[in-house]
Design a protein around this ligand. Structure first.
Ligand SMILES: [Zn+2]
Length: 300
């Protein structure tokens, strides 16, 4: 588009003689990024990414943040996850004194220190994890949930240390361990320090396993990168929510690397169930019962 030409002019050009011009080429960034706002008040209704229908937000929330029309599982934060998973009033938060620091003085578009401050103010949380003890249908367990709302649930030192302490407490107290993952992977702003969390959490899980402990890993949308490559895939039982993206590298990167069409549903829970990476795909409404059943079955 010629600099200085208004959007209206561009549109007129598009509708006019320019039969050869593709639609994508005739649109500018501004047109793509600022779609017309609908008249519906923000927040009351939302469009489901699964079925594209407008659904009533309250109804979706009352349905455990699952679309009542098509069963699309919306992403939820750690606080909501714990509320859904544990018996009311039973959850006791633990390991809350840990705070992230910026030992590398990392800077991308913003400094890591600024990024942390902004995320903490936005979410009211210290880092991307919640952990503690609680009861699930009357069975006591150690529970740890990653939180996508904080820096895409990425695993830095605080997340890794919190997970490790949760695992170690489960081992000491001989309690079942449940970790709910949703993460973009290791936190690049902590570079090597975040990668060390993969080894640390895996080693703690090995000790938990040696002591005869039970670990149920729950994978939710999305579970990727260093989280998939460490504790998330080390469950005695691995459950996944329907339609969750689970993988190491994303599908686009893989497609560009191997230069082949990827099969339908690639890296989704149902696909991974067929290939044996996941033991069971469990709808959110069934998750509590399923976890309780596995705890009973394993004699914990
Ligand atoms: Zn839907």
């Amino acid at each position: 588009m010629v600099p200085g030409v208004s959007r209206g002019a561009a549109r007129a050009e598009k509708q006019g003689k320019s039969g050869t011009m593709t639609r994508a080429a005739s649109r500018t960034w501004n047109e793509i990024k600022t779609p017309k706002r609908s008249a519906i008040p923000e927040g009351l209704w939302l469009r489901c990414p699964g079925c594209s229908r407008m659904i009533y937000r309250r109804q979706m929330e009352a349905n455990l943040h699952v679309c009542p029309e098509c069963n699309h599982h919306f992403r939820i934060g750690a606080v909501e996850r714990i509320r859904q998973l544990t018996d009311p009033g039973s959850f006791q938060p633990m390991f809350r004194g840990l705070e992230p620091t910026d030992p590398l003085g990392f800077r991308d578009l913003k400094t890591y220190a600024d990024r942390l401050r902004i995320e903490q103010e936005k979410t009211g949380q210290v880092d991307a994890v919640q952990a503690g003890s609680g009861f699930i249908k009357g069975r006591e367990a150690m529970v740890c949930c990653l939180d996508l709302t904080f820096m895409m649930g990425s695993m830095g030192s605080v997340v890794g240390e919190t997970i490790t302490r949760t695992i170690e407490t489960a081992t000491e107290r001989n309690l079942p361990l449940i970790i709910v993952s949703c993460s973009g992977g290791a936190r690049m702003q902590e570079s090597g320090l975040s990668l060390m969390q993969m080894a640390k959490t895996s080693a703690a899980l090995a000790r938990h396993d040696n002591a005869g402990g039970l670990f149920i890993s729950v994978l939710t949308d999305p579970t990727t990168g260093g989280v998939t490559a460490s504790f998330a895939m080390l469950g005695d039982v691995i459950l996944a929510e329907p339609g969750a993206l689970i993988g190491f590298a994303g599908p686009r990167v893989i497609q560009q690397t191997i230069r082949q069409e990827l099969p339908d549903g690639f890296q989704r829970s149902e696909f991974l169930l067929k290939s044996g990476l996941v033991d069971r795909v469990v709808a959110r409404a069934e998750l509590r019962s399923e976890v309780a059943r596995i705890i009973d079955y394993s004699g914990k």
